[in-house]
Write a protein that binds this ligand. Sequence first.
Ligand code: ZN
Length: 466
Amino acid sequence: MDRRKFLGITGTVSAGMLFDGMRFLQSNKVNTVLKGGKCFFQNQWQILDVGIDDSGKLIFAPANTLEGNSVFDIRGKIVSPGFIDILADNGTSPGSTFKIFEKYKVSDGVTTALQMHGGSPDCAAYYKRFSALPHYINFGVSTFVMQIRYNLHGIAERKKQVEKCLKEGALGVSHSIEYQPTPYEETVEYAKLAKKYNRPFFMHLRHSSEAKELEGVDEAIKIARESGANVHIDHLHSTGGTYKMAEALDKIKSARKEGLNITCCVYPYSFWATYLHSMRFAEGWQKRYNITYSDLQVVGTGEKLNAATFAKYRKVKKLVAVPEGTMSFSETIDLALKEDFCMIGSDGGIEFEKNANSHPRGAGCFATAINHCLSIGIPLEKALDKMTTLPRNLISPALQNRGILEDGAMADLTIFDEKTINGKATVSNPNQFSEGIEYVFVNGKLTFSKGQLIGTFGAPIKYQVI
Ligand SMILES: [Zn+2]
């Protein structure tokens, strides 16, 4: 019998004792109670009391049965597991920017930011350094193959370092073979290591041009087949499925039917942004993307480029955005979002205030995604799966106790208004909080309340190596 059924027959409950499926509580009083919120719990929408106990764990009970030291009236609002950003990006100088980065993440409902597109070339050092600092949200990293390849020259040395990271708790292995072209034979070796240590392999595919993008998808499938690893394709609509998304998805679907574990993610914006000095802007970019200088805008100011400013800003490594509509919603992102293997990943992070030179998705990705999914008829619970359950399953078992509403799970929670939720960050001004995010709890503690940052309760997320 689950506790809710038990509570339904209150005549048999003695002295306020509650049964929560796992534990007996000595009273119906808990640390914190959220009352009147709508929860997608046990496969249906319900209005429940959501309690948080002294250890930060969730307790669900019928409406008006729990008492708390703190009580939040959240009538009409949605209670979701906190959003998990698998493609959070704070790679440039995390030591000096992580607080700003996390501030904008939590204001967008994110309770766990994982840098799985990149990460660290020395994961033990990363965790040691960042675990000693205060965090608004939970954090974790993947093994950053691109940096390891840059640092070390022999394949054996590189593999040794990847393996070291995995032994020390890295959440996965990531590589970006468009930015750093790498022979197939070497790339698949990294995927095999991911498989050996039961971690996912995250890929930024090799091609983003119209002529070759599907070859990149084929390569990811081949890697999944040959290595046996769970292969996750980063931002499929910007790399792999920009021009032929339906075909890219068909390839992934048949690979999944074959039994291969392939997933992908998108961010809900119709334009990408990247650094002027990156491979994306190598000779011939105008033809590749069918755009010119004046189509490029400096993120943070909105300034449009010309040939002279292109050269000037390239030297100082500015990030620029391509025009809205470069990746059509209806022909790319929406097709991917309708697939149950497609998650939301921001591929972003805000690093400075004000005028951050960072794609607005770093501040508005998740609220925008919910708003957008609802606008194209994706049910709210399906939209939430893409930022909670699916990432939880992919980064398993490190996230086993998060990303889900169930008794005993860690209380990472995002409370929002489904009628008003939306991202507000723009190319001209990315430093804006999302609308509709009311409260965010991290590890059971109130972290964000109606636009205000409250405290730092984030924890490291690591693969527990036995
Ligand atoms: Zn990428």
